[in-house]
Unconditional design. Structure first.
Length: 164
């Protein structure tokens, strides 16, 4: 349901939408705690993702490396990451369910936990995060004398990101 207006009336939050049927269905099925209102973030465009992977492929060819290895290297250098502490009892499950990670810091056995550095895959990036990643990939490609898009073409990609 797309919200078209929001206002406060006393201690109530009032939302408006143009789809009356959807409003009624949502209101009658509402259960407290089932919803969270968050600002929608802009996602990167498929063209930007395709361009990133094209350059990654060309970098891999020049380096005689695997595309996935180059992608992971780009995530390490230019991607989004965070550190988390996982109890030893959950390590196996974490390692199987998380795609890009490395051991961050080994803890003494009495801690019964491990710190991991987790690298966020680019499919989860917003516009700014993808822009940073692509800038890094472009720099790497230039250093290998791989032809990259012009600043104008890059600006057009950025413009498209803003519309997604």
């Amino acid at each position: 349901m797309k919200i078209t207006e929001c206002r406060v009336a006393g201690d109530e939050l009032c939302l408006r939408s143009t789809d009356f049927t959807e409003i009624r269905r949502w209101a009658y099925n509402f259960k407290a705690g089932d919803y969270e209102i968050v600002r929608r973030r802009k996602k990167r465009s498929n063209d930007a993702n395709a361009y990133a992977w094209r350059l990654i492929g060309e970098i891999a060819n020049v380096l005689r490396a695997d595309k996935d290895e180059v992608y992971i290297d780009m995530l390490h250098k230019y991607g989004q990451q965070f550190v988390c502490k996982i109890p030893n009892s959950h390590r196996s499950k974490f390692e199987r369910s998380t795609k890009y990670w490395e051991i961050h810091e080994s803890l003494p056995p009495e801690e019964k936990a491990q710190y991991y550095r987790v690298f966020v895959g680019s499919s989860n990036y917003d516009t700014q995060e993808m822009s940073i990643l692509i800038d890094g990939i472009i720099d790497e490609a230039k250093n290998l004398d791989i032809e990259v898009i012009s600043e104008r073409e890059k600006s057009l990609l950025l413009e498209e990101w803003g519309k997604v």
